[in-house]
Design a protein around this ligand. Structure first.
Ligand code: SF4
Length: 208
């Protein structure tokens, strides 16, 4: 039996759809949210790339579309992709560290709810057998997936990406608030973005 046949046997679209129904009915941290829960994620069992971001902002919460904001525009530019490909959930899964908008505090959006990733990510990952690359965008995604393997700073973690590849690719958050970070870390655009594009494209094509 070939590896591809084995892989196909492990892809369980019906089980994955059932799990998504459960996620969308989740009320675990309702008491801590500013609005009724609205989990925002997109995925299907055949996806090859997983994008793990932070948590929906207000605009994403209102539209129900992940990365539907200036951060998403920049992320698509980094990846060298367009909206059609980015939102093809059969190829790209988008599952943030927290699925519901957590509200805003004095210095911007609040962190993702800590209950969310530990409860849902292992269940979702177990039904995504074809993922070849997981983009860890921002410190919350990196804290959950890399835990003690993170470096002291975000720049340190991104620079050390060879330690986490081929499974994980750590990235800064493409928020306009991080423009200064991009400016003082020009190696990111010069070295990391070309590598990111190559790896992203190869995983989507199924050549790795
Ligand atoms: S943030 Fe996560 S854990 Fe909380 S209600 Fe939404 S889906 Fe459930």
């Amino acid at each position: 039996m070939t590896d591809e046949v084995n892989l196909n046997m492990r892809v369980k679209p019906a089980a994955f759809k059932r799990l998504l129904v459960e996620v969308r009915a989740c009320r675990i941290c309702e008491a801590h949210l500013p609005n009724p829960p609205r989990p925002i994620l997109r995925a299907s069992a055949t996806a090859r790339v997983l994008i793990v971001g932070q948590a929906p902002g207000r605009r994403v919460h209102e539209t129900g579309i992940p990365w539907n904001d200036p951060s998403g525009e920049l992320l698509r530019k980094w990846l060298g992709t367009d909206r059609d490909e980015f939102y093809d959930e059969g190829r790209i899964a988008i599952i943030p560290a927290g699925f519901c908008y957590p509200g805003t505090g004095p210095s911007g959006d609040l962190p993702p709810r800590p209950e969310c990733a530990p409860h849902w990510h292992p269940k979702l990952r177990a039904l995504l057998p074809r993922i070849r690359l997981t983009l860890l965008i921002g410190s919350y995604a990196q804290a959950y997936y890399l835990a003690g393997r993170r470096k002291k700073t975000l720049a340190g973690t991104v620079r050390a990406r060879a330690e986490y590849l081929p499974e994980f690719f750590p990235l800064p958050h493409p928020s306009p608030r991080n423009r200064l970070w991009m400016k003082i870390n020009p190696w990111f655009e010069a070295e990391v973005i070309p590598q990111l594009r190559r790896r992203f494209r190869a995983c989507l094509r199924g050549v790795v």
